[in-house]
Design a protein around this ligand. Structure first.
Ligand code: FE2
Length: 249
């Protein structure tokens, strides 16, 4: 025999139904809001990164196309897409250097979940830096999400046992929406100093970008305050991560 529902039961049931509808509704709205960014932006980023890894496009082409894609992004939509507010809630900043926050993209129809690039968000307080470093066998892109940065790039002209010969190629202020890329072939060394508090960079990185290279993907820290050479070049000492963060973090 069916037990009749009391008024209290009915009230609880309607509260639960409402809560359920709100959750589902919010999820649907969010899914609808992020769909365009996933279908176009993430799909293009995935294709480009797969192409550069497979050798179908050169690393410098990847750089130009990713900068173009990053330049077109609707920043508020991207922040929704990566759930930026959730990701940065109750955040504590590091005294030196960047805090790396992991980024999970939502599932998007037609875009493989196993993406050919790593991604993260760097969070920095004013005066802290993504310290000067180059990379082996990596192509990397930055997009400023919040705050302002002084961003510097250097061409890695030559490697010496204890040094890198660098030529400065870029030194400018980046505001939200500003994008920059580096690779083994163009602007291998970068250095980003936060000029404001609550400064954030979205980063993607294609590891082992040249499958034929024997070099593993890694960061190489350098000190750009090195010996000045002719033509504005610098003989920058290779330094340990500890020294890099102590000096420049
Ligand atoms: Fe880097």
């Amino acid at each position: 025999m069916e037990v009749p529902m009391t008024r209290r039961d009915l009230a609880i049931r309607s509260i639960l139904t409402l809560a359920f509808l709100r959750t589902v509704g919010a999820r649907d709205l969010w899914a609808a809001a992020v769909r365009p960014i996933g279908r176009h932006w993430l799909a293009d980023l995935s294709d480009l990164s797969r192409d550069v890894k497979g050798g179908a496009i050169k690393q410098v082409e990847w750089q130009a196309k990713v900068e173009e894609l990053f330049g077109k992004i609707d920043l508020p939509e991207l922040l929704k897409f990566i759930r930026f507010d959730e990701m940065t809630r109750d955040l504590t900043y590091r005294a030196k250097g960047e805090r790396s926050l992991s980024v999970r993209f939502p599932k998007v129809e037609g875009v493989p979940e196993d993406l050919p690039f790593g991604r993260q968000v760097f969070a920095l307080k004013k005066g802290a830096s993504v310290v000067p470093h180059g990379h082996d066998n990596m192509a990397t892109a930055f997009l400023v999400l919040r705050g302002e940065f002084r961003g510097r790039h250097f061409e890695r002209l030559a490697d010496e046992p204890e040094h890198m010969i660098l030529a400065p190629t870029l030194d400018k202020t980046f505001v939200p929406g500003g994008a920059a890329t580096i690779s083994d072939y163009k602007d291998n060394v970068h250095w980003f100093e936060a000029l404001t508090d609550a400064a954030f960079i979205f980063n993607i990185h294609v590891m082992d970008v040249d499958a034929k290279s024997a070099k593993g993907s890694r960061r190489i820290y350098v000190d750009p305050a090195g010996q000045k050479l002719e033509g504005g070049k610098i003989r920058a000492r290779r330094i340990s991560p500890t020294e890099a963060y102590e000096r420049y973090g």
